[in-house]
Design a protein around this ligand. Structure first.
Ligand code: GLU
Length: 452
């Protein structure tokens, strides 16, 4: 990139070279929106074409995943692994199994992951993968055969020192188990550190399951504290009812907050007395059922709104904290406007990119505290890095110690993000703080490693 090339020129090249990938464009735009301040201070980044290089994945793998369903029919899915950036450590990031997954989805998630992982301060690069496989309604045996087929190709591209996948939407302990089993079988080695999110009896880390949800709540606590506020007595909306949402709800409740809504892809439940977490876990985790069943079994206390987003419920509720923990672009401008009008104080993204750019603008203009996913949901991948540490030293830590480490890491991320925002003249803007702090760490490593 010649010194005269601007961020806008680079962005135009990215649009032209990556057509039809709107989520990827959105993720790049969001990071680029923060970088003009850095590039002014550090011309060496422009001279070394860091922007162009950081947007181009180091390697992208796309493969066929054939498997047999329970009726003996052949099914074909597409598998992906985007190995985005390894300047700071092995590629690290989850696998998403969802019918909406396209290459552009994996690229947006991988791109976000680079900066999120850098922000944790741990030695992990960025990557992401997944498949358009839909685990919903599939038997355990079908999920196992799919995972085995996925790993039969993926194993040659990953490794403890190369690339370490984990879970994301549609990939939890069950899938990681089947994936690890197949990796172990093919390679004939017990290489624990090749995947994270493993079961605690076979190389997993305590707190990894809880980490993303807990971490998002810790981050929100730090944001609230800057205004002398806390979760105690706060009314909170959480979207989703998967792994991130469940543990965010648990932590909010333990801090005295009242979570009045949750959701899944079929609709939302409004539970003004506060979610009964045991029941929600029973329905969603153990029975893998629809959230409507939760409302039915809540004995008249909760209302199910089919097809609704949890953010639609804010018309009936005034909430102080919003924790979007479902999926990308779930919280739009209209939702943001209603939330703000009803007295919202803070938002933290438990999911990746759940708030649209328009919603973020509205939050910013209204002075709502906004914790972007790169910072707020980094507790999951940070605890994956702790799992890698335990695997490397053949150790396993206790719950309390691991949770303390997670809490320290989240406090560090909050501090780094807030200080960077301050340094670059936008105090309280966690988006700019997270983007710049993450970017500088990766960019400096890339400079040091030469043109590779
Ligand atoms: N999928 C999670 C994320 O978005 C966790 C990734 C990991 O643990 O590697 O950060």
């Amino acid at each position: 990139m010649s010194p005269r090339t601007t961020i806008e020129d680079v962005y135009a090249q990215i649009l032209a070279r990556n057509p039809g990938e709107p989520e990827f464009h959105q993720a790049v735009r969001e990071v680029f929106g923060s970088l003009d301040r850095v590039l002014e201070k550090r011309p060496e980044y422009t001279e070394a074409s860091i922007l162009e290089r950081i947007c181009e994945p180091e390697r992208q793998i796309i493969f066929r995943v054939p498997w047999l369903d329970d009726a003996g029919r052949v099914q074909i899915n597409r598998g992906f692994r985007v190995q985005y950036n390894s300047a700071l450590g092995p590629y690290k990031g989850g696998l998403r199994f969802h019918p909406s997954v396209l290459l552009g989805t994996v690229k947006f998630l991988g791109f976000e992951q680079i900066f999120k992982n850098a922000l944790t301060g741990m030695p992990i690069g960025g990557g992401k993968g997944g498949s358009d496989f839909d685990p919903k309604g599939r038997s355990d045996a079908e999920v196992m055969r799919f995972c085995q087929s996925f790993m039969t190709e993926a194993y040659r591209h990953i490794g403890e020192y190369t690339d370490v996948p984990a879970g994301d939407i549609g990939v939890g302990a069950r899938e990681i188990g089947y994936l690890f089993g197949q990796y172990k079988r093919i390679t004939n080695s017990y290489e624990s550190g090749v995947l994270t999110g493993k079961g605690v009896t076979w190389g997993g880390s305590l707190v990894r399951t809880e980490a993303t949800g807990y971490g998002a709540v810790y981050f929100t606590q730090h944001m609230l504290a800057t205004r002398g506020q806390s979760f105690d007595g706060a009314r909170v909306l959480v979207s989703g009812s998967g792994n991130v949402a469940i543990y965010a709800i648990e932590k909010v409740q333990s801090l005295g907050g009242i979570v009045v809504g949750a959701s899944d892809s079929s609709g939302a439940v409004h539970d003004p007395d506060g979610i009964d977490l045991e029941l929600l876990r029973d329905v969603k985790e153990r029975r893998r059922d629809r959230i409507e069943v939760y409302a039915t079994e809540r004995g008249g206390r909760a209302r199910f709104v089919p097809g609704a987003s949890v953010w639609d419920l804010d018309g009936d509720e005034s909430v102080q904290v919003a924790l979007p923990c479902a999926t990308q672009n779930e919280l739009g401008e209209e939702h943001a406007r209603t939330l703000v009008a009803n007295g919202l104080v803070a938002v933290a993204e438990g999911a990746n990119m759940p708030a649209t750019p328009g919603a973020i603008r509205i939050f910013r203009q209204a002075g709502v505290l906004f914790g972007p996913g790169k910072a707020a949901n980094a507790g999951g991948v940070a605890t994956s890095a702790l799992e890698m540490q335990q695997n490397a030293s053949r150790d396993s830590w206790g719950f309390e110690h691991t949770e303390e480490r997670l809490a320290e890491i989240m406090a560090g991320i909050h501090e780094r993000t807030a200080e960077t925002a301050e340094e670059y003249g936008v105090p309280g803007d966690y988006t700019v703080g997270a983007n710049i702090a993450g970017f500088i760490r990766v960019a400096d490593a890339m400079l040091a490693l030469g043109v590779i």
